[in-house]
Write a new protein. Structure first.
Length: 425
């Protein structure tokens, strides 16, 4: 399901992390996304380039959150639980990771689903996302020093109830990567992606056709690291918010070209600067006409990571879109009766949330990406081999406020909106 597109983009350059500093909380504080993190080296890099398993052996990784049983997006105020381990044995590293569901794949299933009857009852019509995703990893270092890694992803679940909840879904994907002293390359392939709900007024099915991520990076003598990645996914959906039996073709394409540099202040402290050109296109070819979102952005990011004391690491970043625009065409057809991509609207559902996360709108036309300056911060508490990472969230008033409505208030009851734990054994 969503996992097939769970390939991220390039772990191209990095604040080189120790395996003790490794979580979603960390990469978000350093200006990255939940997935598609291209710059910061972290244990999350194994989902981009499987060869990174060799750098994080003998590690247990946990991400706090809900059980992910429903069709939701992984957000700072509604995180999904996941975790796994990597173990070294001789010259090999192997491991298992559970629950690493991809927001990109969730996004595709949400837009392919029938409209929800209400924001309070989203699960009644949305296509299921897998609850049983398992990632298997293995990697090693060759005699020439080049590291390799391979991953296989499997998920399958079904609900055979004689109700609208009847559903099934399955997915397979594989990743392969190489990692040299100053370069890397990887390819991630979606082998299968299906999700279906039969007992709806409009029976709906999502059938993935093609998905891959191809990318790499190279570090220049100056210390600047260049990276690029291209990923695409195509699918056919039946039903959805169209007439029963009507088929609609869809495609998702995103590519990145970027560069960045880390400046070491000391053995433990670093600052970095990076820029990346980020282009995204989503299309659905309805019988009534094509719906399309085309987005292009050039974010600049600066950040730091420092050891404040022997037991506390602080980090933060500021980002700004030097260039950024999004063009929406006929997205009202995608959102349907949910009608809105405005989080403040009463009829705002997951379709609106999914599209607005990429600056899509039900109003046709091109717009600049407004209010693009973002400041994030995080911290790690270190207890010997155990590290607890937190993403420091800001809200309008309380912990109930969503990420979209944060207005700069640092509430003590909302100090860490994401929590991850790493144990080095």
């Amino acid at each position: 399901m969503k996992k097939i597109l769970g390939f991220a983009a390039v772990a191209a350059m990095g604040l080189a992390s120790t395996s003790a500093l490794a979580s979603k909380a960390r990469i978000l504080a350093l200006g990255e996304e939940v997935e598609d993190n291209y710059f910061i080296e972290d244990s999350r890099s194994i989902f981009t380039n499987a060869a990174y398993v060799n750098d994080y052996s003998d590690t247990l990784m946990l991400e706090w959150g809900g059980n992910g049983a429903f069709t939701i997006l992984d957000q700072n105020d509604n995180a999904k639980a996941m975790g796994g381990f990597l173990k070294k044995s001789g010259n090999f590293t192997y491991g298992i990771y559970l629950g690493n569901e991809s927001n990109v794949s969730s996004f595709l299933r949400i837009v392919a689903s029938p409209d929800s009857p209400s924001a309070a009852n989203l699960q009644s019509t949305y296509l299921a996302t897998a609850d049983n995703q398992t990632d298997f990893f293995v990697g090693s270092t060759m005699s020439n020093g080049i590291k390799w890694g391979w991953n296989f992803l499997w998920t399958s679940d079904k609900n055979e109830a004689n109700t609208a909840a009847n559903s099934k879904d399955s997915a397979m994907a594989t990743r392969f990567g190489l990692l040299g002293s100053n370069w890397e390359g990887f390819v991630n392939l979606s082998l299968k992606s299906e999700s279906e709900k039969k007992n709806l007024t409009t029976p709906t099915k999502f059938d993935g056709k093609l998905g891959f991520l191809l990318g790499g990076s190279y570090k220049l003598d100056s210390g600047v690291k260049l990276h690029a990645a291209y990923k695409t996914f195509k699918w056919e959906q039946t039903g959805g918010n169209q007439t029963a039996g009507v088929k609609t073709d869809g495609s998702f394409t995103r590519y990145f070209i970027g560069a960045g540099k880390v400046h070491k202040l000391s053995e433990t402290d670093s600052v970095f600067f990076r820029a990346v050109y980020d282009a995204l296109n989503v299309e659905l070819k309805y019988a009534s006409g094509k719906a399309e979102l085309d987005r292009k952005a050039l974010p600049l990011v600066a950040g730091y990571e420092v050891n404040a004391t022997s037991w506390l690491t602080l980090r933060g970043s500021v980002s700004y879109h030097l260039l950024g625009n999004a063009e929406s065409k006929n997205l009202a057809t995608v959102v349907g009766s949910e009608q809105s991509t405005n989080p403040a609207a009463a009829n705002f559902g997951l379709k609106g949330l999914a599209l607005s996360s990429y600056d899509g709108s039900t109003t046709d036309g091109k717009k600049s990406i407004a209010n693009s300056t973002s400041v994030n911060a995080g911290a790690s508490l270190l207890f010997g081999n155990l590290t607890v990472d937190g993403f420091i969230g800001t809200t309008a008033a309380s912990r109930a406020a969503t990420t979209q409505s944060k207005q700069g208030v640092l509430a003590l009851d909302n100090l860490m909106t994401r929590v991850g734990m790493t144990y080095k054994f």
